[in-house]
Ligand binder design. Structure first.
Ligand code: ADP
Ligand code: MG
Length: 240
């Protein structure tokens, strides 16, 4: 049983405080969804948790099974069991997926077969994963490649930043189902940022969190996503 506990997290980017006290707990097997208007700090939360340079944490804590993540470097956070699928996965010329995954902790012996298995699960041609990481892959292929990494590494907690953007309906279904299966297969805890209810049809949320201006301002079940679709974020702005 794993537990990511985020307490009163504050983060600045440039001179500006973007996260103004985020509280959130994700446990093994749970699916948490974050929704919120553009610019409210969703990606900043993901970057602060994974330790991206330029995102300055100025207060609060984030522990994974009792280990404080915020003082670790990004590679140590990965080894502690945290995984991030980026909103815009980057090209890493010169590095092959298998080598990257071994560096991140996957066992060398079966990494190739694990990649092939996971590529099939999300409908990605395996030869695309023999190229350098993400080089010449389309946006949708990159998103699926992130989920392949997830299946190979089997982290304790995974953060998905708009994994559904740029995916066609078939790819979206495959990706959502793979993540859902992971919650049962090895008890993955999920924190997924999305704008769309479509993702939630196959990835059943336990809790939906609404962010506004750097804080979580509302929490609820799937009915909250319906309300957002109907009324937009306006009713939540004054809560921030
Ligand atoms: P969201 O993902 O919710 O759309 P972000 O977390 O990406 O929002 O951004 C929150 C705010 O922080 C925005 O005003 C954005 O312009 C600013 N911001 C994010 N990253 C950077 C950066 N690297 N440099 C400057 N400003 C940034
Ligand atoms: Mg974002």
């Amino acid at each position: 049983m794993s537990e990511l506990i985020i307490t009163d997290l504050h983060c600045e980017v440039g001179e500006k405080e973007i996260l103004r006290g985020v509280n959130l707990t994700v446990r093994s097997g749970e699916v948490h969804i974050i929704m919120g208007p553009n610019g409210c700090g969703k990606s900043t939360l993901a970057h602060a948790l994974t330790g991206r340079p330029g995102y300055r944490v100025t207060g609060g804590s984030a522990t994974l099974d009792g280990v404080e993540l915020l003082t670790l470097d990004p590679a140590e956070r990965t080894r502690a069991g945290l995984f991030l699928a980026l909103q815009q996965p980057m090209e890493v010329p010169g590095v092959r997926p298998a080598d990257m995954l071994v560096a991140a902790g996957a066992p060398r012996g079966n990494v190739e077969s694990a990649i092939a298995r996971e590529a099939q699960a999300v409908g990605l041609r395996p030869e695309l994963l023999e190229r350098f990481v993400n080089v010449d892959l389309s946006g949708g292929e990159r998103k699926r490649a992130e989920v392949v990494q997830l299946g190979v590494l089997q982290p304790r907690i995974a953060i998905f930043d708009e994994i559904d953007s740029g995916l066609d309906v078939d790819a979206l279904g495959a990706v959502a189902r793979r993540i859902e299966t992971a919650t049962r297969e090895w008890g993955l805890g999920v924190l997924a940022i999305t704008h769309f209810r479509r993702l939630l049809q196959e990835l059943t949320p336990d809790v939906i969190h609404v962010m506004s201006a750097g804080r979580v301002v509302a929490e609820g079940g799937p009915e909250l996503a319906e309300q957002l679709e109907r009324d937009g974020y306006e009713p939540f702005r004054e809560l921030a």
